[in-house]
Design a protein. Structure first.
Length: 381
């Protein structure tokens, strides 16, 4: 498999799909030392089942472990840190990773609980979890899905789970894109195995999954993310951190010079085409622009994804139910940039100086929904 190639496998059995994909790729030929620590980095952003469209299917990770074990690799860890506001320990349990770890005999590392250190990431100092230095071969297993702030999240952004919570918050004060790009130089991804089974094309926290029943793989995280944009009907230029990472030398976004290979259960090639061409299997995986439909109602200054996502989800529900009408409430504020400021209506503890605010760091979507619904109902009385 070449660096400018993306291999895809469609099917109904995620574990079997993963194993046949890895056999075709020949992953074992890229891990020279049988004793090296192999780190598997899934996306367990929150405590929801993979069927919701936010988290990595444990069956994909189990297929990966099964393949590695069959080829003599035993030093394997699964490392992850959920987003701010969720506990990784809960995600490990609820998403099936505790039972997976016991069944497969691998160690789980909660990066919310490990120490961190400052590293020079291509000229930007970032705080990385010490686990990064423990891992000799990093396998990234992201979910291809939408994101309420960056529009897409896949290979590059998934590495945020390898930084402490304090740094996750700081990323948002820096505008997300630039630090994500620099993080690509601080944490090298040796292989990317994408869970593209049923991601949510709008929200990183899931809730509106679209079944595509696919896993895909590659060695270039920038190329993977550029292709993820293609699948979502976007351009790589719509997601600034992709181009920034490319400029830093983390990979190439040139789809015109990349190839997509589709294989079957026997690891045989059934189709090859340019990554610039349409894949007929991907026609349904398009965002509904649920975020854009309500984003104009928000005065957002450096908000964290969990807080922003909860607010957008609540407001979209109210609009869908016909309860919320444009202008029926004052424009609402959200984000770390509002700390110490005053205002009318704020979302989250960063807005606690406002006349009214919804408590929480982050507040739950249901709490925001009920708070806003009560305010709208009160106006109608």
């Amino acid at each position: 498999m070449k660096k400018n190639e993306i291999v895809k496998r469609y099917g109904s059995d995620p574990m079997e799909m993963t194993v046949s994909l890895l056999e075709y790729v020949g992953l074992k030929d890229h891990i020279a030392d049988k004793n090296t620590c192999i780190g598997i980095k899934p996306n367990l952003v929150n405590s929801t089942p993979a069927s919701f469209g936010a988290t990595t299917h444990p069956e994909v990770v189990e297929g990966l472990i099964s393949y590695l074990r069959a080829h003599g690799y035993d030093n394997i860890v699964i490392a992850e840190g959920s987003w701010v506001g969720d506990r990784t320990a809960d995600a490990f349990e609820y998403c099936g990773y505790n039972s997976l770890a016991k069944r497969c005999g691998v160690r789980l590392i909660d990066t919310q609980k490990v120490k961190s250190h400052i590293a020079d990431c291509a000229g930007m100092e970032l705080s990385l979890c010490d686990t990064v230095d423990e891992i000799g071969f990093m396998i990234n297993v992201p979910v291809l899905k939408g994101h309420c702030q960056t529009r897409v999240t896949c290979a590059l952004k998934n590495m945020k789970g390898m930084i402490p919570n304090s740094e996750k918050r700081r990323f948002h004060t820096m505008g997300l894109h630039k630090p994500i790009a620099h993080l690509s130089k601080g944490i090298h991804q040796d292989f990317i195995l994408v869970d593209h089974i049923c991601g949510d094309p709008d929200f990183e926290e899931g809730g509106n999954p679209v079944k595509t029943d696919c896993v895909m793989a590659g060695f270039d995280p920038v190329l993977i993310d550029a292709y993820a944009c293609r699948i979502l009907g976007l351009s790589a230029s719509d997601v600034p951190y992709i181009g920034m990472a490319e400029q830093l030398g983390a990979g190439s976004s040139e789809l015109s010079s990349a190839t997509v290979t589709i294989i079957n259960e026997a690891s045989e090639v059934i189709k090859k085409f340019s990554a610039d061409d349409d894949d007929p299997y991907e026609q349904e995986f398009k965002p509904e622009n649920r975020v854009l439909d309500v984003a104009y109602e928000i005065d957002d200054v450096d908000s964290c994804s969990a807080c922003y996502g909860s607010f957008v989800g609540a407001l979209y529900r109210l609009k869908e139910e016909g309860i919320y009408r444009d202008g029926c409430l004052p424009r609402m504020s959200i984000g770390q940039g509002h700390r110490g400021r005053g205002g009318v209506l704020g979302i989250g503890n960063c807005c606690k100086q406002f006349d009214e605010y919804i408590r929480g760091c982050p507040p739950r979507e249901e709490d925001i929904y009920r708070f806003l619904r009560d305010k709208i109902d009160a106006q109608l009385v």
